[in-house]
Write a protein that binds this ligand. Sequence first.
Ligand SMILES: [Zn+2]
Ligand SMILES: [Zn+2]
Length: 224
Amino acid sequence: MLTCVWCGRSFNLTVTVTMIWQWRPLPQPALCAVCCARLTPINSQHCPQCGRQQASNTCCRDCLRWHDSLRNRALYCYDEGMKAYMQQYKFQGDYRLRLGLQASLRTALDREDYDILVPIPIDAQTWQTRGFNQVTGWLTGQPFQQVLTVTATHKDRPQSAKTRQERLLTPQPFELVSGASEIVSNQRVLLIDDVYTTGRTLRHAARQIYLGGAKAVTSLTLAR
Ligand SMILES: [Zn+2]
Ligand SMILES: [Zn+2]
């Protein structure tokens, strides 16, 4: 019997053919079937640029307005279920919940082509209140490079407390740590973040990584 990290109920492990054929064992399932069903995986019908689930495979309206080509892929729809998960994990700081999405993220990372994984950093104040970076909490031993940091002078309200317009106007919050250029120069960098909302945060991060000399920057988020 396993215990679901989200609802606390006990559940049985169902072994599937896919699990048997995996060339390495996936982390033990941490969510029961009921909690899994609260999340909506994004299927093949999505915006080719930001990864948003939609009825067609054409570029969504938000992406047309960006006039650039930052490619993002996302694992789940940012719906009520995912919002409830993020609320408990990030804002109530329930660190065990990281286990619930580790296997999905690992599968998604295996599909991506990149040289270096760069998580979006959290600011000093969040470190103090939350005590962990929600993004690195989902990783299961994949090497990553924390080449970005939130600038010390960056005083801002959380993205979640802002309107869309305010998010789009957010000034650059990131800078490269010293020695970052040697790490990212001429590399394909995959940024990883929790939620793609307007895409502003990822674009700020991508800009700094490109300034460090990266060959390509793409991104992966848990939700869109
Ligand atoms: Zn559950
Ligand atoms: Zn889009």
